[in-house]
Design a protein around this ligand. Structure first.
Ligand code: IPM
Ligand code: MG
Length: 358
């Protein structure tokens, strides 16, 4: 299979984790006889430094010309004085929008090998954690207008708009129901319908889509404050969580960190067609950037999601996931998942260990 992959390394630990992700893809290509072609493009702070723009048009074109995009991370203290559309994060939001990536899949699964790194009580962990957060990614309060700042009654006043239309809700609900059919068949839709008009529409449309198209799936609804609490109280009650952009941002961090480390979790951002984008859900970790300390496993697991979702290569995806599991079983750990009796390794060595096992 011919595969063109665009690499957006970005900032902080982005370049070092990207290097390990690419090596894994190269190993897969060699072992399974695929033809992979890589192109690099600039995003985030790195793009600001070179071009003054967090998302140069060239980058958008390079992504559109590819079959899939692998992203490292964006942002850092160096660009913290910038505002709004000038910030590195605007590059990430911009590429999601430009590629129409409305569905963000964020699986949070507890590796049994990392149970001792989990933050929850052992009796809670014993029930297992296997949650898929399906986050709407190109709408909601992240993109709603009007947004900005002005003076009202002599006071600086800032505002954003949370907005969804029925079609935006319907299409993300479908993604969630379809994902649930391949899992335990349960969807929990998270909103704030007791307060927000946008959530009331959300709940109505999710309910109708369920009744019309997915009656075989079990649907429940939960307010976001309760969901945040239930996730730590008993995560095993959840299978698929579907929610809007902002709530999904928050709940996916929570779901991931209870599994032991945010450094473990991959994500896939998919649209109606065109290339998907795959990225670890963690940030650019500027405090450990360039020190060979970062955990590359979230990026490596993101390449597995790419192989599966963009190229339909299930066997290859499982080979990568299996290799990661073996490395963990053998006791190798980066600092973020270090436990008693583990062997501490750096980013590069962790990449080697996975590669050797593919
Ligand atoms: C994420 C990140 C981004 C988001 C930031 C960096 C803009 O937190 O991918 O979850 O809020 O979507
Ligand atoms: Mg986030």
């Amino acid at each position: 299979m011919e595969m063109r992959i665009c690499l957006l390394a970005g900032d902080g630990i982005g370049p070092e984790i990207m290097e390990q992700g690419v090596r894994v893809l190269e190993t897969v290509a060699g072992k399974f006889g695929h033809d992979m072609e890589f192109t690099d493009a600039l995003i985030g702070g790195a793009a600001i430094d070179k071009t003054g723009d967090p998302l140069p048009q060239e980058t958008v074109e390079a992504c559109k010309a590819a079959h899939a995009v692998l992203l490292g991370a964006v942002g850092g203290p160096r660009w913290d004085n910038l505002t709004g559309a000038e910030r590195p994060e605007a590059g990430l939001l911009g590429i999601r929008k430009a590629l129409g990536l409305f569905a963000n899949l964020r699986p949070a699964k507890l590796f049994p090998e990392l149970a001792s790194a989990c933050f929850l009580r052992p009796d809670i962990v014993a029930n297992g954690i296997d949650v898929m957060v399906v986050r709407e990614l190109t709408g909601g309060i992240y993109f709603g207008t009007p947004a900005g700042e002005e003076t009202r009654d002599g006071l600086r006043t800032a505002f954003n708009t949370m907005v969804y239309n029925e079609e935006e809700v319907r299409r993300i609900a479908r993604v969630a129901f379809e994902a649930a059919r391949k899992r335990s068949g349960r969807v929990c839709s998270v909103d704030k319908a007791n307060v927000l008009a946008v959530s009331r529409l959300w709940r109505e449309i999710v309910t109708a889509t369920h009744a019309d198209e997915f009656p075989d799936v079990e649907l429940s609804h939960m307010y976001v404050d309760n969901a945040a609490m239930q996730l730590v109280r008993d995560p095993s009650q959840f299978d698929v969580i579907v929610t809007g952009n902002l709530f999904g941002d928050i709940l996916s961090d929570e779901a991931s960190v209870i599994t032991g480390s945010i450094g473990m979790l991959p994500s896939a951002s998919l649209g109606a067609g065109g290339p998907g984008l795959f990225e670890p859900i963690h940030g650019s970790a500027p405090d450990i950037a360039g020190q060979n300390k970062a955990n590359p496993l979230a990026t490596i697991l993101s390449t597995a999601m790419m192989l599966r979702h963009s190229f339909g290569l299930e066997k290859e995806a499982e080979a990568v996931e299996g290799a990661v599991q073996q490395v963990l079983k053998a006791g190798y750990r980066t600092g973020d998942i270090m436990d008693q009796g583990g062997t501490l390794v750096g980013c590069n060595t962790m990449g080697n260990l996975v590669n050797e096992r593919i």
